[in-house]
Ligand binder design. Structure first.
Ligand SMILES: Cc1cc2nc3c(=O)[nH]c(=O)nc-3n(C[C@H](O)[C@H](O)[C@H](O)COP(=O)(O)OP(=O)(O)OC[C@H]3O[C@@H](n4cnc5c(N)ncnc54)[C@H](O)[C@@H]3O)c2cc1C
Ligand code: SF4
Length: 537
């Protein structure tokens, strides 16, 4: 038997994306010779959105011979050409189209919530890749809040394992939820994260390194992370995972057309069958014919598109139960220079407070993670704590002495937190999304408790000063999955109730959100869906 030296870790089976990339260029090779389909060529599937859900689903089905077009509203990035190592220069990767917000606790939308362009929001996601806990799939049965999913953690587990190898995920052995290990060992951590870990340990809180979707070492033709701290502005190195480097190269190699700058305005359907998608492309309206349609535009845009398409919604479920996580952050000052920008923002995390503990007086819980605000974000932290003028300048000058921890609090799904269509229209003549959001008492108690825990950590670490900013993170829900049209928009196989061939595959299908970041679960759901479709279930 001949032995060949292998550089980096072993590849996952059934996905060669990391090996299809060019060592010397960051764009996806093969885009020039990508397969193109005519509008009247009835493809097997048209997917709206080239993000976590859409990109993963396309890769899986293309490998099984499906002819697929992905319509993506944003551009086809070439990182060498388009991305810059500059905080202000990267606003192009955010979804900044107008939206109307309301409710008693409105959610600021924009850079913190969703992305735009091939690769979707993971182009600028931080990189945390935790699994959900088994309890997340049955919060109603266990804790009397939220909703039970129509599937269990154990059905998703093989897909978590697959996707963790594809990204790949690096981290210490994970003791929380369903204890598991990761394909890559943990990264070294920065001095800034070390302060958080020291404080947590002193406060009796266990923190682990990871889990992050950043290979520890080279992975195929993807290079090692250079710890430059720009994960939230897009990784120009191609070290951090996103569908752009983890699934779309393999999808394109297997015949998928990713049609960029193609903004879907309506799904067309006759009776129980979707027939294709109307979309705007360089100022012209076109129609892509398809045997099946999957909407993967994320939690605001997916319900908006389906509402605008007049999709049957007898039980008024479409657009409801949109969730965000309470993401208060607390920064702490130390005498040493810590330079929190050196290293990826995701470094260490704790899920010790994830599950319900009745003694705390509220249901469900939160996780704690490092974050690494760059200077513009840092200015927002300082402002949020009430400092302005001379004080703001002094805090900005002092940036290198600070380190930051954040919460992800599980805020509960509520029917009134919903997306509807506003009266205003966008540049395509499509009604803008209106998103109302209000917290409940359980949400407020959760955030207050978590904030006190952050304070305890920094006190235990002997921090000299702290700054607090209240904020939200992530989006899920809006087209949740369930057991019947009265309680959901899609069934457990992501099929919209009342349609045979209309699917939703993205963060909008999630009935609860746990205290974990959602991207890995969205990809695992897409992987499971592809398996179920192709095995005829
Ligand atoms: C700043 C930030 C940090 C984050 N950090 C983390 C993290 O550390 N860990 C984690 O797990 N998650 C994180 N997330 C969240 C994660 O990135 C998202 O949950 C995930 O990418 C959502 O996947 P999706 O498939 O639902 O949608 P997306 O990945 O957002 O893909 C949707 C795509 O659809 C396109 N689209 C929408 N409407 C249309 C239309 N009408 N026509 C054509 N195309 C359309 C969009 O342009 C977009 O490319 C972060 C998100 C942000 C914004
Ligand atoms: S810290 Fe690593 S993963 Fe993040 S942007 Fe830099 S090179 Fe990429």
């Amino acid at each position: 038997m001949s032995r060949q030296p292998v550089k980096g870790s072993l590849p996952p089976r059934d996905n060669r994306s990391a090996f299809l990339l060019d060592v010397h260029k960051r764009g996806i090779p093969g885009v020039e010779r990508m397969r193109r389909y005519a509008d009247d060529d009835e493809v097997d599937l048209v997917i709206v959105g080239a993000g976590a859900g859409g990109g993963t689903l396309a890769q899986r089905l293309a490998r099984r011979g499906w002819r697929i077009v992905i319509l993506e509203s944003g551009p086809f990035w070439d990182p060498d050409r388009d991305w810059v190592s500059d905080e202000a220069g990267q606003h192009k990767i955010y979804w900044t189209a107008p939206r109307v917000i309301g409710g008693s606790d409105p959610v600021e939308l924009g850079k913190n919530n969703s992305g735009h362009g091939v690769g979707g929001s993971m182009i600028h996601f931080a990189g945390y890749a935790p699994r959900f806990h088994p309890s997340d799939f049955e919060t109603f049965s266990r804790d009397g809040v939220g909703a039970d999913w129509p599937l269990t953690y154990w059905e998703l587990k093989p897909h978590y394992e697959k996707v963790e190898r594809e990204l790949p995920v690096a981290g210490q052995d994970w003791p929380w939820g369903d204890p598991h290990s990761y394909p890559h060992a943990a990264h070294p951590i920065s001095g800034a994260a070390e302060q958080g870990r020291r404080g947590a340990l002193a406060a009796g809180i266990d923190m682990k390194i990871g889990p992050v979707a950043i290979p520890n070492g080279t992975f195929g033709n993807r290079p090692h992370c250079i710890y430059r701290g720009f994960c939230l502005q897009a990784c120009k190195v191609n070290a951090k995972a996103s569908p752009f480097v983890t699934h779309l190269p393999d999808a394109i190699e297997h015949g998928v057309e990713v049609r960029a700058d193609a903004h879907a305005v309506a799904v067309e359907a006759t009776g129980r069958r979707a027939t294709g998608v109307r979309f705007m492309h360089h100022g012209y309206e076109r129609f892509q014919k398809a045997k099946a349609v999957c909407v993967s535009g994320y939690s605001i845009e997916t319900p908006r598109l389906l509402l605008n398409s007049g999709i049957r919604n007898h039980d008024d479920q479409l657009g409801r139960y949109v969730m965000v996580q309470g993401a208060t952050q607390m920064a702490a000052r130390f005498p040493d220079q810590l330079r929190q920008y050196k290293g990826p923002p995701p470094e260490i995390s704790s899920e010790q407070f994830y599950e319900t503990d009745e003694a705390r007086g509220f249901a469900r819980g939160f996780s704690i993670q490092t974050v690494g605000p760059l200077p513009i974000d840092w200015a927002q932290h300082v402002l949020a704590d009430g400092h302005w003028g001379h004080a703001l300048r002094e805090y900005m000058r002092d940036y290198n002495h600070w380190t930051t921890l954040g919460l992800l609090c599980e805020l509960l799904p509520r029917a009134e937190n919903r997306v509807t269509l506003a009266d205003e229209t966008d540049e395509h003549g499509m009604p803008v999304a209106h998103f109302d959001y209000s917290q409940c008492d359980n949400d407020r108690a959760n955030i207050a408790y978590g904030t006190q825990v952050l304070k305890n950590i920094w006190e235990a670490a002997d921090a000299q000063d702290v700054l607090k900013i209240d904020r939200y993170a992530h989006l899920v829900g809006g087209c949740r999955m369930g057991t019947a049209p009265e309680n959901s928009v899609v069934d457990s196989d992501h099929r919209v109730w009342g349609y045979d061939n209309l699917l939703v595959c993205d963060g909008s299908v999630m009935p609860t959100q746990g205290s974990a970041n959602p991207a890995l679960t969205i990809m695992a759901l897409a992987s499971r869906l592809a398996e179920r479709i192709t095995s005829g279930r």
